[in-house]
Design a protein around this ligand. Structure first.
Ligand SMILES: [Zn+2]
Length: 423
């Protein structure tokens, strides 16, 4: 045996979803989960060191977990969250239910700007505690890696404050956080009459400082009518790239804004929402290998009439990923399993496609496709044991949390009585 001693063995998976692939899953491959029935896997030094059949897993190990015929899969990757903020917006939720639109609320000073006011007032410690509690919940739903954006500070001090909170939280929490600078989330109140000065603040002061201090890996823009137009979006994203921040974009969410074209033109790593992308925009994205990040939580929560052309994206060979878009205004949902259900019901993904989109493709959406998102030798041993026997049950038991046990880099994080832990 190559590894006579390993740290952890998980055996007797009814379905081991390996997601093995040479890159992001596209086209027909999106539905291929690389399932091994009766599968097993082993971890050493936090990495997966072996994948195969249970009967061949004859390792000596301190820990052997019996999955008892259940589903074993990679930890979920959530590639789009607005994790760090203060306050909540349930009053706006009620207003919207009474017929006021999201845009009307935003124009009246609510929406993102109301969260900005609350977030600016909050201390680092308060923001850290709030975000930590949210991340604990996400972990319990099986998220082992997540992206987290700034974007509720919208000035020099508070944007840096949010990124510092993300950094310290990532250092202390089980879930790895990948930070994104989203100073271009909205134009703050004090710059409403001089938006160019705000863009200068982003490009001349914040982006260089964020990059110098290594506070973000990505730079993101909300490209939308009334927020940042395509010309402004390109300027900001190019500037980020100059400083080593890879581009991400919120594109074509509320109206056709040319965002998909911008994504492709700047070679963005991902573009999110995409309710109204042009055909040309989608082709540009495909050529640039931009991942389309789909956010069905926002589509449901905003009761959006127009949904992204998801089947067309898959046919075109675009890699599609799923994310919560966790935020207080348009998608206060923590759990990726709920997002999988919504993606099937609203966007017509099959359960298998949804699993690929929420694991391996989600990892590629944050440039971590070579490290997490599948059960393959050399990758981080981030694993879930679910209390279901078929992956199809993940979206089927709508609103149910199927996660029984989480393993992060080979360490058992949360156990329940139903999985045996044998010495
Ligand atoms: Zn977002």
């Amino acid at each position: 045996m190559i590894f006579d001693k390993v740290d952890l063995v998980v055996r007797n998976a009814g379905q081991l979803l390996t997601l093995r692939s040479g890159g992001p899953k596209v086209g027909k491959d999106l539905a291929d989960l690389g399932i091994i029935e009766g599968g097993a896997t082993a971890a050493k030094d936090g990495k997966i060191c072996w994948v195969g059949l249970s009967q061949d897993a004859g390792f000596s190990s301190q820990r052997v977990l019996d999955a008892c015929g259940k589903v074993v899969m990679p930890g979920f990757v959530d590639p789009h969250t607005h994790l760090v903020f203060a306050g909540s917006r349930e009053d706006e939720f009620e207003q919207r239910l009474k017929g006021v639109s999201y845009r009307e609320i935003a124009e009246g000073g609510g929406g993102i700007r109301s969260t900005v006011r609350a977030t600016r007032k909050a201390s680092r410690e308060e923001l850290f505690d709030l975000a930590k509690r949210r991340l604990d919940v996400m972990l319990s739903w099986g998220t082992t890696t997540a992206e987290a954006k700034s974007g509720y500070g919208l000035n020099y001090t508070d944007e840096l404050k949010l990124l510092e909170v993300i950094r310290s939280l990532s250092g202390q929490h089980t879930v790895d956080l990948v930070p994104t600078f989203l100073g271009a989330h909205e134009v703050p109140d004090e710059y409403r009459e001089e938006r160019e000065a705000y863009i200068d603040l982003l490009t001349d002061e914040l982006i260089p400082e964020v990059a110098k201090r290594g506070l973000a890996r990505f730079c993101d823009v909300f490209c939308e009518e009334g927020v940042f137009d395509p010309v402004e979006s390109r300027t900001i994203l190019w500037r980020g790239q100059e400083f080593g921040l890879k581009a991400k974009i919120h594109a074509d969410e509320l109206s056709p804004s040319g965002g998909a074209e911008v994504a492709g033109e700047v070679g963005a790593i991902s573009a999110a929402h995409l309710n109204y992308p042009s055909e040309r925009g989608l082709a540009t994205m495909r050529d640039a290998r931009t991942v389309a990040v789909l956010l069905p939580g926002a589509s449901l929560f905003l009761k959006e009439n127009d949904l992204p052309p998801v089947r067309r994206m898959v046919e075109l060979g675009l890699p599609v990923a799923l994310a919560t878009d966790f935020n207080p205004g348009s998608s206060p949902v923590y759990g990726m399993p709920v997002v999988l259900s919504l993606s099937c019901l609203l966007f017509g993904l099959t359960p298998a496609e949804a699993v690929s989109a929420a694991t391996l493709n989600a990892a590629y959406a944050i440039d971590l496709g070579e490290r997490v998102g599948s059960i393959e030798v050399g990758k981080d041993a981030d694993l879930l044991i679910l209390n279901v026997e078929s992956y199809k049950e993940i979206p089927y038991w709508f609103g149910h949390n199927p996660v029984e046990l989480v393993i992060k880099r080979g360490e058992i994080i949360k156990t329940s009585a139903r999985t045996e832990n044998r010495e």
